[in-house]
Design a binder for this molecule. Structure first.
Ligand code: SF4
Ligand code: SF4
Length: 177
């Protein structure tokens, strides 16, 4: 998982949240770190210890909670225990879950609201949310969460709409490697 830059449209503060300093791969510091491990410069709850010389890529990242003025405080990542991110190079909308709370996105009201978001994206774009918990990846559908096999690239996945007794639903097809 790589962290890429986004343009902020709002100035909601990070407060005590530092979760992006844990959940992303970071390869632009003198000591690269994998997803799920705290950056050595982070003091969780207090922020970045090198804020006076903050790397530009750190200074220009904003999660969806920072970007969307309508997203309520329960979506702040240190409260939700997951990050919603538009600025993820592998997924149009990613849910990066803290591995210490791997079911965080399955709690209510998050599960219901993420399912509604998935339905909206599927109906509009034919893609869906990707959930990352450490190295595990799943596709989130309104009625199911389906694991992505190891080695499959996101751009290789095909998602098709189907109609069943309960109405319209979507399922993925994965390539054979
Ligand atoms: S995850 Fe979002 S709210 Fe938390 S520190 Fe990063 S940008 Fe700020
Ligand atoms: S350098 Fe600072 S802002 Fe960047 S990941 Fe590390 S703790 Fe976070």
């Amino acid at each position: 998982m790589k962290w890429v830059e986004a343009v902020p449209v709002d100035s909601k503060p990070c407060g005590a949240c530092s979760l992006c300093c844990k959940l992303f791969d970071i390869d632009w510091l003198e000591a690269p770190k994998p997803a799920g491990k705290w950056c050595p410069h982070c003091k969780p709850g207090a922020g970045c210890k090198i804020w006076q010389s903050l790397p530009s890529r750190c200074a220009t990242y904003y999660c969806v909670w920072r970007l969307d003025p309508d997203l309520a405080p329960i979506w702040r990542p240190d409260v939700a225990r997951f990050i919603l991110s538009h600025a993820h190079e592998e997924a149009p909308l990613a849910v990066l879950v803290d591995p210490a709370f791997p079911d965080a996105h399955r709690r209510e009201p998050y599960a219901r609201m993420l399912a509604e978001t998935a339905r909206g994206i599927l109906e509009g774009r034919g893609s869906t949310l990707v959930v990352f918990v450490g190295q595990k990846r799943t596709l989130l559908f309104p009625d199911a969460e389906i694991p992505i096999p190891d080695g499959v690239q996101l751009h290789e996945i095909r998602i098709e709409a189907q109609t069943g007794a309960g109405g319209r639903f979507w399922r993925p097809t994965f390539p054979n490697h």
